[in-house]
Write a protein that binds this ligand. Structure first.
Ligand SMILES: CC(=O)N[C@@H](Cc1ccc2ccccc2c1)C(=O)O
Ligand SMILES: [Mg+2]
Length: 365
């Protein structure tokens, strides 16, 4: 497919409530969108980076610069999503920047071919169960109110953000109040190897998993923790590629993987990680980065894959936004519908997107 131009847009969406994790408290989502203008169709991509390099080393303005200065000049003249991995390989790192471009190219390609993301990736479900991620709160009662509300909405799984000083108590309180719901925690790398015995203190609560307790480069530490704590370890930040997934599994550093296309360079690599995990008989689930409806659509397609056997962070648009830039994704009977239209199956509501656009840059090719 020939591309005539690529547009980069910066938008800012207020969050319905502050989202507090061990690494930041966010009240809005700063988003970099990529639109590619192809001969047969246009395509949209969403970069999952946040404004500061606090989740990983990438950040929004850095990703925008990497795309314009180093990735777009490397676009093949006849571009396909599959060709971008090799074309972008000389550029070290920057998976979120690469993923945003690949997502847009794949969207244009599939719209032109009349094929959905789910069909292309190999999705087998029309609807998938949704989990929800609950931030760190100021008090236990406030946490219980939020969890109560999400369960009432029908969420199939609750994930609590934890950090030192906010872990055993909130988990105990949720278990005691809500019984044997599907419950897991996410530390976003906030602990150290010295906390192993403390984290084993979560074992009595029968959690589905503990997500990324240690730093992203500490595979050995996670393997040592797995020998001390019974709760299955799930990795997020550590799994930056299919090779990293294979190594983590072989080292016993995790037994579940949170897959985020943006973190690993795109949906093609995400699919490879899914396949590696399935080969090890290890469950994966679709992680979330507070995406708009564009990224949410692609994530739902990924969540429909056979190896995604645990509910993902594929919450409804209303979990984060009063008004999404696409038609909102809604939770019905605890399930989210997988888009079935060509490409992403959704498009931005352009007049609303224009209202939210802080800057727009058109790069002619
Ligand atoms: C749903 C969930 O927990 N996502 C990430 C953390 C995360 C990711 C991206 C964010 C963007 C803005 C504000 C907070 C964010 C938190 C995670 O699984 O680790
Ligand atoms: Mg996580």
């Amino acid at each position: 497919m020939k591309l005539s131009a690529v547009e980069l847009r910066r938008i800012r969406l207020p969050l319905v409530s502050p989202f507090r994790t061990s690494f930041a408290t966010e009240t809005e989502r700063s988003v970099l969108l990529v639109r590619v203008l192809g001969t047969s169709a246009e395509g949209w991509g969403e970069c999952v980076a946040i404004d500061e390099p606090l989740y990983s080393s990438e950040y929004v303005s850095g990703a925008a610069q990497v795309i314009t200065d180093f990735l777009l000049p490397r676009l093949p003249s006849d571009v396909t999503a599959r060709a971008l991995g090799p074309a972008f390989a000389p550029v070290k790192g920057h998976p979120m920047a690469k993923a945003a471009v690949e997502m847009a190219v794949l969207d244009a390609e599939l719209r032109g071919a009349g094929m959905s993301y789910a069909a292309y990736l190999g999705g087998i479900h029309d609807r998938v169960p949704a989990g929800v991620s609950v931030g760190i709160m100021d008090s236990i009662p406030e946490l219980l109110d939020h969890v109560d509300g999400y369960l009432a909405e029908g969420y199939a799984r609750i994930k609590l953000k934890i950090q030192p000083g906010w872990d055993l108590e909130p988990v105990r309180a949720v278990r005691e109040r809500f019984g044997d719901i599907l419950l897991q925690v996410d530390a976003n790398t906030a602990y150290t190897r010295a906390d192993a015995r403390h984290l084993a203190g979560l074992d009595p609560f029968d959690l589905l998993l503990i997500e990324q307790p240690l730093p992203e480069d500490d595979l050995l530490g996670h393997a040592q923790l797995a020998a001390v704590a019974r709760t299955p370890i799930c990795l997020d930040e550590s799994i930056v590629s299919a090779r990293a997934a294979a190594d983590a599994l072989s080292l016993g550093a995790c037994s579940i993987i949170n897959v985020k296309a943006g973190r690993v360079g795109g949906y093609l690599e995400a699919r490879r990680i899914h396949d590696v995990a399935m080969a090890h008989d290890v469950p994966v689930w679709c992680g979330g980065m507070l995406e708009t409806g564009l990224g949410r659509a692609a994530n739902l397609a990924f969540a429909a894959l056979p190896g995604c056997t645990l509910p993902g962070d594929v919450s409804a648009s209303s979990r984060y936004y009063t008004r999404d830039i696409t038609e909102p994704f809604c939770l019905v009977d605890g399930l989210m519908t997988v888009p079935s239209g060509p490409g992403l199956g959704v498009s931005p509501i352009m007049d609303y997107l224009d209202e939210l656009t802080e800057s727009s840059q058109l790069v002619r090719l």
